[in-house]
Design a protein around this ligand. Structure first.
Ligand code: DGY
Length: 322
């Protein structure tokens, strides 16, 4: 493919856009960063050889029904449950993602949420900025210590393992985890125990961090019944995908003390965040910042480019998922 028509759906970090322009002079960048929406995406699929979407673009099966010129979808991001990859493949499209390069940044965000929730950092900041802080006192905003506690990880892939290592080596936490792959051994955490059921992890953990893909069987895998399995002193952290947690059940569990608190970076139907969560003080809410460092977002973009370069040269893209 000599000079493919390329549509980029959002703004990318400047060095990556510059490199894209250098290699593919006719690339169509999204300079004002307005989401294309369903109609814009349908048009892009009909007109461009290559579309480079990201998590904020929904590409369900029906978008691949009409006339499709696109042959390559290079997702800017590791999670791709916003793309019906099976439908894309059926339409003859190669799909790639960006694993690996965002592991550390996302693990850092999970730890940020864990610490903020445990130490009531969001509440404290809101109090101070509102001019309500009246000074130090022995009983002011007491949180929960993390050192030596048990962290439960659901999904011991790259990011889950990176969170487990931070928690173990940085905070002396012990780790229990669930992963559907038997005998996961590459996590690098001494004493980490792989339990055979999610419920067993939830029963014993002081903190639970979610690291499974969204969609499919993982939809609402943390529901009211599973929240009830957790200790009333425990905290839930989600940097994976919003739909893995039933948000209505979570708001209820946070309100009635079923669990102590939560830290969320992702939401079902984002950027909408339910008012019932926004009203609660015992949940920390971040706007999907998991991979949001300059270094990481640049590396993600460069990896999309590597995938695309391989595709246009007729090689197998390094991160092909469909
Ligand atoms: C991903 O890559 O899947 C993230 O959620 C976007 O940072």
């Amino acid at each position: 493919m000599a000079d493919p028509e390329i549509v980029v759906t959002r703004r990318w970090p400047e060095p990556v856009e510059a490199e894209l322009r250098r290699r593919f002079p006719s690339v169509r960048l999204n300079t004002d960063d307005t989401p294309l929406g369903p109609e814009g995406l349908r048009r892009a699929l009909a007109e461009a050889d290559v579309v480079l979407p990201t998590v904020s673009d929904q590409l369900p099966a029906e978008l691949f029904d009409g006339p499709v010129r696109t042959r390559f979808l290079g997702n800017f991001g590791v999670g791709y449950n916003h793309i019906d990859a099976a439908a894309a493949a059926k339409a003859g499209i190669v799909v790639t993602n960006t694993p690996g390069v965002l592991t550390d940044a996302t693990a850092d965000t999970a730890m940020t949420l864990l610490l903020m929730a445990a130490r009531r950092a969001g509440e404290g900041e809101r109090e101070l900025r509102a001019g309500r802080w009246t000074g130090w006192r022995p009983t002011h905003l007491l949180g929960t210590g993390v050192t030596g506690k048990t962290l439960g990880i659901i999904g011991m892939g790259r990011i889950g393992a990176a969170v487990a290592r931070r928690a173990h080596f940085g905070f002396g936490m012990s780790v229990d985890f669930y992963d559907p792959t038997p005998n996961v051994a590459h996590h690098g955490v001494p004493g980490a125990r792989q339990l055979s059921k999610i419920d067993d992890v939830l029963d014993g953990a002081d903190f639970v961090s979610l690291h499974m893909p969204g969609g499919g069987d993982n939809h609402h895998v943390i529901d009211a019944a599973r929240l009830k399995r957790m200790k009333p002193t425990a905290f839930l952290v989600n940097t994976a995908r919003g739909d893995v947690v039933d948000q209505t059940a979570l708001a209820e569990a946070l309100r009635d003390g079923t669990i102590a608190g939560a830290g969320l970076d992702v939401y079902e139907g984002e950027p909408a965040v339910p008012a019932e969560l926004r009203e609660l003080d015992n949940v920390v809410l971040l706007p999907h910042l998991g991979s949001a460092t300059t270094e990481t977002r640049t590396a993600m973009g460069m990896l999309v480019l590597d995938n695309l370069q391989a595709y246009v040269e007729g090689r197998e893209p390094p991160c092909r998922v469909a």
